[in-house]
Design a protein around this ligand. Structure first.
Ligand code: HEC
Length: 140
């Protein structure tokens, strides 16, 4: 717990107040990159996972990132630049865990790419991670 939070323990009523404030701050925080990178992908990147990921991608992602993931979709809002998911550049981290968190929590200016946390299962999020990876490395 941070110093600021620990201060609250001086008095019981103050403690409750400060603790409440601390919890609020916590809920708004995005998962730090270092923590995201540690997440292990429990879903093997096999044909079934890639097929499920592809379906989800068509439904939730193609709109902005384009059918092939090049980030050039004509239907994407004009004022944002969806990333090219097929190149070697991963501004938000290239580990499976980091991609997982981007899909769950969203990205971009004002989080215009909406996170899918609570909308799809963790398993489906990993299916998407596997599929996005296959876009970047189609030779596999
Ligand atoms: C509303 C448009 C929009 C939708 C829909 C969308 N994205 Fe994005 N996405 C963006 C934008 C914009 C960025 C760039 C964020 C930035 O660099 O600031 C981005 C970034 C990303 C990144 C990070 C790329 C990197 O280089 O680090 C990944 C991964 C990603 N999106 C995957 C997905 C997936 C998977 C879906 C579907 C579940 C999806 N996106 C849906 C707009 C969108």
């Amino acid at each position: 717990m941070s110093q600021r939070c620990a201060l609250g323990w001086g008095g019981v009523s103050v403690a409750a107040l400060v603790l409440g404030a601390c919890l609020t701050v916590r809920a708004e925080q995005q998962t730090p990159r270092a923590e995201a990178a540690k997440l292990k992908n429990p879903v093997a990147s096999n044909a079934a996972s890639l097929a499920a990921g592809q379906q989800l991608y068509q439904k939730y992602c193609r709109f902005c990132h384009g059918t092939t993931g090049h980030g050039d979709s004509p239907t994407a809002p004009k004022d944002i630049k969806p990333s090219n998911l097929t190149d070697a550049v991963w501004d938000r981290g290239s580990s499976d865990g980091e991609i997982f968190v981007v899909i769950q929590e969203g990205a971009g200016p004002d989080y215009r790419m909406k996170g899918l946390k609570g909308k799809i299962t963790d398993q489906d999020t990993w299916n998407l991670v596997n599929y996005v990876r296959s876009l970047a490395a189609p030779a596999k």
